[in-house]
Design a protein around this ligand. Structure first.
Ligand code: AMP
Ligand code: GLY
Length: 442
């Protein structure tokens, strides 16, 4: 991705950006912003062990929950645009507080973030907007839920209402399992997040992630991506945050994406507007492509991780300007995003014990040149640099190895070759990421 001329628009300058978060997604966003000629510095709070490695990127040692310090840093560093990466700070109202302090922010406020933070709220919005989704029932205690199950008499998907770091969903294959999942949730398995439940009919079909950037009025849709949620090859084992991804997918062509925009994304935005919510950020629709067409299984209020790592190298260099325009409510003032025609592959290397109990503190060795122009990107997630300057694992998902090629085969071949140059005790990764598109001449 080369540098392009500065924007031709009348938007304010975009010299300094702050990204809030410390995962692979934030690392990839920061990397993509440095490609825009106008951008001089990108700060990431709290960032991770990879932040300083990226040209023009700086780590701020401020937790994403520390609103006061984030606001102070924005003021003293004269930040032009803040991007809030994750759902937790968004759901806690960080974007509202930053806006109240006069900052330009990409990311919805607390009300809009309920799209992800409350499954009940989100399902009710989908029903109001007539968005195709799984049938659902709400329950606020065990008896109510078990009575509903008795009436429905089918295995269901049991979802904690609140944020549970991707762990609050059980897809049950029998009534017995559904009963047990309901009971466990009301016994406190997901803490406060499971105080209310959503029970859903189980949908069948492949899953795909669709991302749109919105300024509250208009939408710009990005290439679709496919995540790999299960820990083990052949989609076996427990759910994780995501073991790898690729983009674009072959499951949705241009017309399909247009239909998704018309039937799912625009009605969502209209309904948010009816609720007086000025939503400026990402609408991420997790879809299942059923035989009756795409249905929403969840909305998220931010980019997916690791989908974002696969997507960012496909973005044109004016991507940062597009997010600024969305944050200012004027997406119409920037050129449409011309994304790369390449295929992008992302493989996640995880720590020993992930996802249950990831071990921290293993020494990470990287024998890979991370050049700006190369078709390989190494995005850090759970890494940190200790007092002696050593790079150590510090979380479950440690690194994302991302690569592009003319074909999926080529992209994955480069990524899998590159991952061999990375090592830490207990490293694990799936060898079959992109199996849906590899080896098929695409
Ligand atoms: P969520 O956190 O809502 O994305 O759910 C986690 C995972 O559970 C999804 O990625 C799907 O694989 C699965 N899932 C969620 N809802 C349904 C559903 N209604 N039918 C089938 N699978 C589902
Ligand atoms: N990769 C799934 C997520 O970010 O929720």
């Amino acid at each position: 991705m080369g540098k392009t001329p500065a924007s031709m628009t009348a938007l304010p300058p975009l010299k300094k950006i702050l990204v809030v978060g410390g995962g692979g997604r934030e690392n990839a966003l920061a990397w993509s912003f440095t490609k825009f000629q106008e951008v001089e510095e990108v700060y990431v709070a709290p960032g991770n062990g990879g932040t300083q490695e990226q040209q023009s990127c700086h780590r701020l040692n401020i937790e994403e929950s520390n609103k006061e310090e984030i606001i102070q840093a924005c003021k003293s560093l004269k930040i032009d645009l803040v991007i809030v990466g994750g759902e937790k700070p968004l759901a806690s109202g960080l974007a509202d507080q930053l806006r109240e302090a006069g900052l330009i922010v990409f990311g919805p406020g607390k009300k809009g973030a309920q799209l992800e933070a409350s499954k009940t709220w989100s399902k009710e919005l989908m029903n109001e907007a007539k968005i195709p989704t799984a049938k659902f029932w709400k329950a606020s205690n065990n008896k109510e839920a078990q009575d509903l199950l008795f009436e429905i008499d089918k295995p269901l998907v049991v979802k904690a209402d609140g944020l549970a770091s991707g762990k609050g969903v059980t897809v049950c294959t029998s009534i017995q399992e559904t009963k047990a999942a309901i009971k466990e949730a009301f016994e406190g398995k997901f803490g406060e997040a499971g105080a209310k439940l959503v029970l859903e009919e189980c949908l069948q079909g492949p899953e795909v992630s669709v991302f749109a950037i919105t300024d509250g009025e208009r939408l710009e849709i990005l290439p679709s991506a496919q995540d790999h949620k299960r820990l083990l090859e052949d989609d076996k084992g427990p759910n994780t945050g995501g073991m790898g991804a690729y983009a674009p997918t072959l499951m949705l062509n241009k017309e399909d994406l247009e239909k998704i925009k018309k039937n799912i994304l625009l009605p969502t935005l209209d309904t948010l507007k009816k609720r007086k919510i000025n939503y400026r950020g990402v609408i991420y629709a997790g879809l299942i492509l059923t035989k009756d067409g795409p249905k929403v299984i969840e909305f998220n209020c931010r980019f997916g991780d690791p989908e974002c790592q696969a997507l960012m190298p496909l973005m044109p260099s004016n991507f940062a300007k597009c997010l600024q325009a969305a944050a200012l409510g004027c997406l119409n003032k920037v050129q449409k995003l011309e994304t790369s025609p390449l295929k992008s592959a992302c493989v996640v290397a995880t720590a020993y014990g992930y996802p249950e109990n990831p071990r921290k503190g293993d020494l990470v060795s990287i024998k890979l040149k991370n050049s700006q122009e190369s078709q390989i990107q190494l995005f850090h997630s759970g890494t940190k640099i200790d007092q002696d300057g050593k790079l150590l694992t510090s979380g479950g998902r440690v690194l994302s190895i991302v690569s592009q090629g003319d074909t999926y085969n080529e992209a994955f071949e480069i990524a899998y070759k590159a991952i061999k140059k990375i090592d830490f005790s207990g490293i694990k990764y799936r060898k079959d990421i992109g199996y849906q598109v590899r080896g098929k001449g695409n």
